[in-house]
Design a protein around this ligand. Sequence first.
Ligand SMILES: [Zn+2]
Length: 444
Amino acid sequence: MVDNHRGLEDSATMAIVMQASRFALDPTPSQQRTLASHAGAARFAYNWGLHLVQERLEQRRVDSTAQVPWTLPELRREWNKAKHLVAPWWAENSKEAYSSGLDGVARALKNWSDSRSGRRKGRPVGFPRFKKKGRARDACRFTTGPIRVLADRKHLQLPRIGVLKSHESTRKLARRLEQGTARILAATISRQADTWFVSLTVEVQRHFPVSNGKLTVVGVDAGIRHLAVLSTGVIVANPRSQEHQLNKLRRLNRQLARCQPGSKHREQTRRQLARVHARAANLRRDAIHKLSTALATQHGMVVVEQLNVAGMIRNRRLARVLSDAGLAELRRQLSYKTAWYGSRLVVADRFYPSSKTCSACGWVKGKLTVGERTFVCATCGHIIDRDLNAARNLAKLIDHVARSGRETLSARGVDVRPGLAGLATPKREAGTGSPRVGPAPVGA
Ligand SMILES: [Zn+2]
């Protein structure tokens, strides 16, 4: 079994991919003001640009020669003509702040027109709306000027804002930059609750092994009671303090509902809620990072469920939202980590009844309520934990990596030949299509 993958390392491919590295910052009070000022400037430019577009669209109704600025260069030209008048304080912030806001307008307009003309898939995108202070995300993107990770691995330098202390070590990225295998293209500062972050867009030279030498298939059922249950029987527990955070979230949500709209108390509760939310999300993300690395390095193939996006929007229960968000994050991380480490990601068709099928005999139960934690098979009498049953069924989509054969998959698992698709197509309740093998290895 384990004899045919020697030398696979040699056939690994090198590729340049984009990755994002995010660092929490420890800005000084004066830097906090500068960061907020830049985010505010970006929002101002966004709203100004959008207002201008609306005005020109109105004009064009009566005068067909009226020019509507629609792209970033056009919007920037208009801004440079108007800034002395509409924002005499413009020089206080980097010009990148205004550019970043206008870029937001141009993108939103493009999404809207693409969506209207059918060039964009997914839910219809509405006409861009104004960004309200305190509601919209505070962010600003820098694409030019000095963006550096300092040699002490504790500081970052941004244009205009200067040298910022990073809350976390920048070691991994710094090392790549020093070795010359990475290049920073842009930096986005953003605020989440009370914390400022910088997210660096980095071009990285990466090595994509053809295989990690593992022949095992693992099915993963991501959930809320546990972070995940693996078909191997391993239960990956939730981050320890999550239950505590969830209780806090529930309590604050109730409190918020009772607050007078517009009151000081409400604002306080809202901020507290945002902090707890951010902390819970970060905890979960870190735990998911550990899980996805383990999965991608220890198994040849990882099978997950497809995310039910429509259901995600409809169902607003907190637990459900969190578990869906967790699955989305796991999928996102697995899609690039499987490529990094030479394993493959298989996404089960949305209609594959992984929870309702008996993993022992294949019998499909008609109905399974959310409350049923144990699967009891009416045909063979198999009794098994619901999540473990689902994970086992996911793993069964592919019997063995060896069966699929190296040659049926492209080096990075980007596409799959019909042979594997056929092999991996189980009985389904409805729907067409076959399991998809994970998307291209483009980092976050
Ligand atoms: Zn059975």
